[in-house]
Design a protein around this ligand. Structure first.
Ligand code: ZN
Length: 213
């Protein structure tokens, strides 16, 4: 058997599709021909790497797409409901020192959280689940801070005016004002890190559903 014939038969030999007679002939040739032995080695390596490439990626079950979508929709809905509640309560608040209470405690944090959900559509751009959840958390914080600053300008919020108002008002009113005013700000300050953490956890869950490693 010459080299050309052996080369032609090698793929069949590797796949064990040769007759016993041909296999024996090929093996006999390979023992004395280094060129063909090298070619056999190369062909085997190529086959292995082709198999590696063909390893199927575990497909995402349709139910998991549904779960991911439901998670995002629920969060969107809850945020929207709380923003609406905040806007409603804020609109009912008479102008004066109580103005902007609900804007800071409800509208701003949940609007920031809701807007940060848009980032979830870009999950493919992140190279890992960890990076995705970390940036989701940071984006939530960034949007809440920006919205908070904008709301502060909108309401012309000034701590000095507030202190002046406290002095102008009677002691009883001041105590009430201080209590109401500070508590709603504190709520906003407490809700913000909670929402950032929620953003981190829920985005990781979302990534899990979509099979992101
Ligand atoms: Zn040969």
């Amino acid at each position: 058997m010459n080299c050309e014939i052996v080369k032609d038969l090698l793929p069949l030999y590797i796949d064990k599709c040769c007759s016993a007679e041909s296999s024996a002939e090929i093996e006999k040739h390979l023992k004395k021909c280094d060129d063909c032995k090298i070619i056999l080695g190369t062909m085997k390596t190529d086959l292995v790497s082709e198999k590696d490439l063909a390893t199927p990626v575990t497909p995402i079950k349709p139910i998991n797409y549904l779960k991911a979508s439901l998670l995002q929709t629920s969060l969107l809905f809850v945020s929207f409901a709380l923003i609406t509640l905040g806007v409603y309560l804020e609109a009912k608040t008479p102008s004066g020192w109580t103005n902007s209470n609900y804007a800071f405690s409800l509208v701003v944090p949940f609007a920031g959280f809701m807007l940060s959900l848009a980032n979830w559509h870009f999950i493919r751009l992140y190279n890992s689940k960890k990076a995705f959840s970390k940036y989701s958390c940071l984006i939530t914080l960034l949007i809440i801070v920006l919205l908070g600053l904008w709301t502060g300008f909108y309401y012309d919020f000034s701590i000095f005016d507030f202190v002046k108002m406290m002095f102008d008002a009677g002691l009883k009113d001041t105590a009430e004002a201080a209590l109401f005013f500070s508590s709603s700000y504190i709520i906003g300050l407490i809700i913000t890190p909670i929402l950032c953490l929620a953003s981190k956890l829920f985005s990781a869950k979302y990534a899990d559903f979509l099979g992101k490693e």
